[in-house]
Write a protein that binds this ligand. Structure first.
Ligand SMILES: [Fe+2]
Ligand SMILES: [Zn+2]
Length: 443
């Protein structure tokens, strides 16, 4: 029931937006049609009066459906039009034979798809478009369903946004937006704001975190699930004896992304300051890897090409320091420093000097140019970084496949205690979409 209700909200909101657009169109065209009626003959005047009496078209209504060779050409109430390919329409038939509406999944199999299918008849009635195929199967599609899936730039952009929000790169003047720990837990609107901020800016600061080492996992459990690693659900970043990671020492840490030794790096890192080092040392430095990568792409295209096409190994081998860690671990991953998607967008940054492996699967003559490119990226990251010192009770949250964090070294016998824990992007975006539906907030 909840699913059906939420989906109705989506459709309702897009229909409302459509009606609003239609009203604007009607208002702006009114003076022109008024002038034109003066010169019209009686018959067309009568026809126009009849049209005025009809209910205004909603954006997702279908004005006309014209069968063409490979697709059905639909014209919508908002003036937009889209070719809907027959092969796509057939595969996405919504009848109970082809689609399980309870499970919301296609039951129609690829093996059953006739790539050259075409309709023998198309009917555009009040609610639905009915297509009778030349093999006798009949498909029905509601008009809002077709409108939402139109192959128009606007409809495609709307769903792209539902998938993931557009990221907004930032430089050295960036200020982390602040949130209150308990308000985030109590107020879904504030939680949604944090989720939207994390998708767009990849960074935020949660204030007034309780003085518990599991405050990170607790707020993550409120959002979704903790992403575990061989370090368990949370990691005390303190100066550990027999440390199993360079981070768990008092050394200066260059800016890095956490856990690139995992093929699926954690999506969001929660860095909680439980106790800060008094005096100099322990300051944080963060930078936007997306901003740096785009700067590298613009100004050093050769280096950008190297970092997007050369795989590095990342590795981690060790033994447990705490009872909740894996007894023994030995991870190796392989990925480029900058990963691109099929639209050539940078979707993952993997920078970590401590755990990037000394093994390189490269011919030796390509090694130096790889280092030149890594150093250029590192320089851009530091030139555009933000520095500050966290206080006890602060919890910094960063998009871990985009933004980097580092820290200044501090004295060995400090009380400094930082905790880190993780949440995956799949879960964060999932929560964002559900909250948008629940609260009726659409972007
Ligand atoms: Fe880290
Ligand atoms: Zn069907």
């Amino acid at each position: 029931m909840a699913t059906i209700y939420s989906r109705t909200l989506f459709l309702g909101a897009s229909a409302l937006r459509g009606v609003a657009r239609q009203q604007v169109r009607q208002r702006s065209s009114a003076p022109l049609s008024y002038r034109n009626t003066r010169s019209l003959n009686l018959a067309s005047t009568a026809k126009q009066q009849l049209a005025v009496k009809e209910a205004p078209l909603s954006a997702n209504s279908i004005v006309s459906s014209t069968p063409e060779t490979e697709s059905l050409n639909l014209k919508f109430g908002d003036g937009s039009a889209s070719q809907m390919p027959y092969v796509w329409l057939r595969e996405n038939c919504q009848c109970s034979e082809c689609y399980n509406s309870m499970a919301q999944g296609r039951t129609f199999l690829m093996e059953s798809l006739d790539l050259n299918i075409s309709p023998s008849n198309v009917k555009n009635d009040e609610e639905e478009v009915l297509v009778e195929w030349n093999d006798g199967h009949v498909s029905k599609y509601t008009k809002p369903w077709l409108y939402d899936r139109a192959f128009t730039p606007a409809a495609r952009a709307q769903h792209r946004n539902r998938y993931a929000l557009r990221r907004e790169p930032w430089g050295a003047d960036h200020q982390l937006k602040e949130f209150d720990y308990y308000t985030m837990i109590k107020d879904d609107k504030v939680l949604l704001d944090w989720l939207l901020t994390m998708e767009r800016k990849g960074s935020a600061m949660i204030k007034n975190t309780p003085d518990r080492d599991i405050a990170g996992p607790e707020i993550i459990e409120h959002i979704a699930y903790v992403k575990q690693s061989h370090y368990g659900p949370h990691s005390p970043v303190i100066n550990r004896p027999n440390t199993n990671n360079v981070a768990f020492s008092n050394a200066k840490l260059g800016m890095h992304n956490d856990l690139p030794q995992y093929e699926q790096m954690p999506g969001i890192i929660f860095i909680q300051c439980v106790k800060q080092h008094r005096g100099t040392g322990g300051e944080s430095v963060i930078s936007d890897g997306l901003f740096a990568a785009e700067s590298l792409r613009r100004n050093h295209p050769d280096a950008f090409k190297i970092l997007t096409t050369t795989d590095a190994y990342f590795w981690d081998k060790g033994h447990a320091n705490y009872s909740w860690e894996m007894d023994e671990f030995y991870k190796i991953s392989k990925m480029p420093i900058l990963t691109l998607n099929s639209d050539n967008e940078v979707i993952r940054v993997a920078v970590n000097n401590a755990i990037r492996d000394s093994y390189l699967d490269l011919p030796s003559h390509k090694v130096k140019s790889f280092y030149v490119a890594m150093k250029l990226l590192n320089d851009i990251l530091y030139d555009n970084s933000v520095r500050f010192k966290m206080d006890a009770g602060d919890m910094m949250t960063l998009d871990n496949v985009r933004c980097l964090h580092g820290r200044e070294g501090y004295e060995a016998f400090s009380e400094r205690h930082v905790e880190s824990s993780y949440l995956d992007w799949d879960e964060a975006r999932c929560r964002r979409r559900r909250l948008q539906e629940k609260l009726g907030v659409f972007i």
